[in-house]
Write a protein that binds this ligand. Structure first.
Ligand code: ADP
Ligand code: MG
Length: 332
């Protein structure tokens, strides 16, 4: 991936059966044989990757996420985040919904990351029998600028803090890290986290549209030849629905949510933009929101970042899709 640290992919999901039933029209397409997306009949947006409704989960993973898993094993930090309006396919693409129970062709990024990570570590071990690798996972939710541990049932309401250690690594103090030794085990742990995420007074969709969910895989590799220890991590982030940002007319709780989501998504956009512009490298505004503080050591520097912008093809969502495409193109 060379010098490029931020890549942007757009995925247009298919019309859903109920949208077909209600005669929704398709208003956004991939320009054939290109990485460009066309909105309506004349507005085009160039990206690093563009996936249309017939793209498979495997295609999305292989072309934009697998390289990050390879670089994770090589010792680099990486972040994948899914951005888009509620219902655009973020959770589907990440595969964070019903992790363990999906048919294989629907299994998303998380399942494929889990499988490939342990495959790659196994290959390392085959070459050097003494190579030792430890994989740990944490899973937190960020709702109204407050962190909640999704792997710790009883301390879910304990306060978590973001700290930077002496080597510049970001750590979430108080978050449980589960040590895992296989893909299945990893998926099981995340499934339990999802169950916790979806309990409580707020309904699943309501809550997941207003909070960010962050899975962090921390890899520590001990190399016996030279005694070195290499640490790297990969974040997989399911962001709050982009329609919550900058929306006017919300009141009460929703207004409060919108303010926080706005802060988070805007801060993320500003950080990504600063990283994409070589002249502004010194002024990356990480501290503006918790989401950017949390991802700090995995955004910029030698880290690889993938923004996966998800959009609905329906003409009913045309304004939201326009704003997502604009946000995503500003990130490049
Ligand atoms: P979000 O997480 O952005 O709110 P979801 O991932 O829940 O959106 O997707 C909304 C609906 O669209 C779900 O029913 C999901 O199964 C479906 N969907 C999303 N992307 C695709 C796709 N690429 N192919 C088929 N169905 C999809
Ligand atoms: Mg979702």
């Amino acid at each position: 991936m060379g010098e490029v640290c931020v890549r942007v992919a757009v995925r247009i999901r298919p019309l859903l059966p109920k949208e077909v039933l209600h005669s929704h029209q398709v208003c956004v397409r991939v320009v054939p044989d290109s990485a460009q997306v066309m909105l309506g009949s004349d507005r085009t947006f160039p990206f690093d990757h563009a996936f249309g409704p017939s793209a498979s989960q495997g295609q999305v993973y292989e072309s934009c996420v697998k390289p990050l898993v390879v670089s994770l094993v090589e010792g680099y930090n990486a972040t994948v985040f899914a951005y888009g309006q509620t219902g655009s396919g973020k959770t589907y693409t990440l595969g964070g919904g019903h992790i363990a129970s999906l048919p294989e062709e629907q299994s998303g990024i998380i399942c494929q990351v889990a499988a490939d990570l342990f495959l790659l570590l196994g290959e390392r071990k085959a070459v050097d029998i003494r190579a030792v690798a430890e994989v740990r996972v944490s899973y937190v939710e960020l709702y109204r600028e407050e962190l909640r541990d999704l792997l710790e049932l009883h301390t879910a309401h304990k306060e978590l803090h973001i700290r930077e250690d002496e080597r510049g690594n970001t750590v979430v103090v108080g978050a449980r890290e589960a040590v895992i030794s296989s893909a299945e085990e990893l998926l099981g742990v995340l499934e339990a986290g999802n169950a916790l995420r979806h309990t409580g007074p707020t309904q699943m969709n309501e809550r997941s549209s207003r909070s960010h969910a962050i899975i962090t895989l921390q890899l520590t590799q001990h190399h016996h030849d030279d005694g070195s220890i290499r640490s790297s991590k990969l974040h997989l982030v399911d962001l709050a629905g982009s329609e919550r940002a900058a929306r006017t007319g919300n009141t009460g709780t929703r207004l409060k949510d919108s303010v926080h989501i706005n802060t988070g998504l805007l801060a993320l956009g500003n950080v990504i933009r600063a990283l994409s512009d070589p002249h502004r490298r010194n002024h990356v505004p990480y501290r503006d929101a918790k989401i950017t503080r949390l991802l700090r050591d995995s955004l910029g520097g030698s880290a690889h970042t993938l923004m996966l912008a998800c959009v609905s093809p329906s003409h009913h969502s045309v304004m939201e899709t326009l704003s997502v495409l604009q946000f995503a193109s500003r990130a490049r």
